[in-house]
Design a protein around this ligand. Sequence first.
Ligand code: PEP
Length: 252
Amino acid sequence: MIRPFIAGNWKMHKTIGEAVDFASRLRKALAEPLEADVVIAPPFTALYAVAEALRGSEIHICAQNLHEDVSGRGAYTGEVSAPMLADVGCEYVIIGHSERRTLFGEKNGVIVKKIRTALKFGLKAILCIGETLNERDQGKTFTVVERQIKNGLSNFIVDDIKNVVIAYEPVWAIGTGKTATPEQAGEVHAFIRHTMEKYSGKDISRCLAIIYGGSVSPDNIRDLMAQRDINGALVGGASLEIESFIRIVKFT
Ligand code: PEP
């Protein structure tokens, strides 16, 4: 049984004060031990303060991005390195989010480097993959998803993959209010697990957390989680409101 994994991606939202207030309320609301791995991804500016507010709790901190340089330093104005993220208390980092791919031109080459750098500095990677509406309409969902897995993960050894979570996020469902039906999502998740078995072996594919993202809400989380191969959720909009995020975390 794979432990449920629920992550909130705050994107470019919340000041330090707002982020700490949210984190403190979340901590109070969730009785430990938690029944799921709960992860929040504040903006860079609030990471340290949120990590301090959650110190000693079971809630994990995640960054939304990192720079790929494997040395962890250098002349990259405006960028943030993997060791800096580990230093402020991050355990996870989101890599390959569709907004990074489309708005910031991140290609597979850079995504692989980011995964490698994250793992080198002890961060776990949440790798986002998923097809566009156009690709789905053309019947290319499985081809696209397999290509993203192959390009992103096929060269990593099993010990690396243990520190990766795959987030299936159909691009057409992100921030649009259009969720994939539980069956549509479940079908792609099963395909992802099968593809991971092909590239990395049965043992790792059986214990890999594959989470769904795309307009997840308190109203649809339970049906999504009822699908055999959906192990959790990457939540954008609905993770910004404390009540809705708590309802998602407590989906059972
Ligand atoms: C996301 O940004 O990863 C996401 C899934 O957003 P939303 O839940 O708002 O669709």
